[in-house]
Ligand binder design. Structure first.
Ligand SMILES: NC(=O)c1ccc[n+]([C@@H]2O[C@H](COP(=O)([O-])OP(=O)(O)OC[C@H]3O[C@@H](n4cnc5c(N)ncnc54)[C@H](OP(=O)(O)O)[C@@H]3O)[C@@H](O)[C@H]2O)c1
Length: 277
């Protein structure tokens, strides 16, 4: 049995689909609302919350492999529940910032989860993806309303990754030999700027998407209202304010592991055009 957490999210939903298609055996999707979740046929929905240890216990029953999206709740409790249930292998989604910006709070938290996993006695595979293509969904409202996309660091190009590529690597790690004890930094196939992302969305919509660059202060005020000031600073640093060669570098890890080239941003935009219509 494979338990997929974050199962309704960008990576988890793509992962369940891939696991189902490759006949990976019994699958369980973890969600806080089984009534709302739509999983592929044959996937067992299990309702729970990382914040409720009792729900973890029943979700882990009979599970041999766990796909864990980090920092959705108390990871130490989740890993302990997995260990107690006899889980053998955990594939963890961490973040590339662990190696590019270890001084930032969210990166330090991810590093702490990685260490807990490595010390926990279960086999592990760690995925460290860069910025997701799906982050542009935060522009869906203004684009649908025919407004202007307002973003900082408009011309900073990062090798943004399609979440389905993270899922493909996770599928390989969960179903093929040779991935235990490995840490994979994952990027997309090419650098892309926020301005180019807006242009790619405009191209699939077949209409103009007005774009305006905003300063760090304005962006910070907007983000701090959602994530808090420290996380807002961290996001702004890693999206343009304090980038470094390690973060900017395109890696071939997705292609090496999956045998298929990593998907470019324009593909993600084409597949998700409806969100912006
Ligand atoms: N975005 C980026 O650029 C980026 C970069 C590097 C790493 N990451 C990492 O990627 C992960 C996010 O992945 P994603 O984009 O696939 O997720 P997502 O689309 O944001 O979805 C979040 C998922 O988490 C579940 N969830 C939320 N709170 C939960 C709780 N208390 N207990 C159990 N489940 C909970 C939700 O399930 P229900 O609503 O169904 O319960 C949902 O499936 C995070 O760990 C983040 O740190 C993101």
């Amino acid at each position: 049995m494979i338990l997929v957490t974050g199962a309704t999210g960008n990576i988890g939903s793509a992962l369940l689909k891939e696991l189902r298609e490759c006949g990976a055996g019994p699958l369980r999707g973890f969600t806080r609302d089984a009534g709302r979740a739509v999983f592929p046929e044959g996937v067992e929905a299990v309702e729970g919350d990382f914040a409720e240890p009792e729900s973890l216990k029943s979700a882990m029953d009979g599970v041999r492999s766990l796909f864990l999206v980090s920092r959705l709740g108390p990871d130490a409790d989740v890993l302990e529940a997995a260990r107690r249930a006899g889980v053998e292998h955990v594939v963890l989604v961490s973040s590339i910032t662990v190696q590019t910006h270890p001084h930032l709070g969210p990166a330090a938290e991810n590093l702490a989860v990685e260490r807990l996993l490595k010390d926990g006695g279960m086999a592990w595979t760690i995925l460290r993806p860069t910025q997701f293509a799906s982050n542009t969904l935060m522009w869906a409202g203004p684009i649908r309303d025919r407004g202007t996309v307002r973003a900082p660091y408009a011309d900073t190009a990062l090798p943004t990754i399609h979440p389905a590529d993270i899922a493909s690597v996770a599928r390989a790690a969960l179903t093929e030999p040779g991935h235990q004890g490995r840490t994979y930094a994952l990027t997309g196939p090419e650098p892309v700027t926020p301005r180019q992302q807006a242009e790619a969305i405009a191209a699939v919509l077949g209409r103009e998407v007005p774009f305006a660059e905003i300063g760090r202060q304005e962006a910070h005020a907007l983000m701090a209202a959602v994530f808090g000031p420290e996380a807002a600073d961290a996001v702004l640093d890693i999206t343009g304010g304090d980038v470094n060669d390690e973060l900017l570098r395109v890696r071939d890890t997705v292609a090496r592991i999956t045998g298929s080239p990593a998907r470019p941003f324009r593909q993600w935009a084409a597949e998700n055009a409806d969100a912006f219509r």
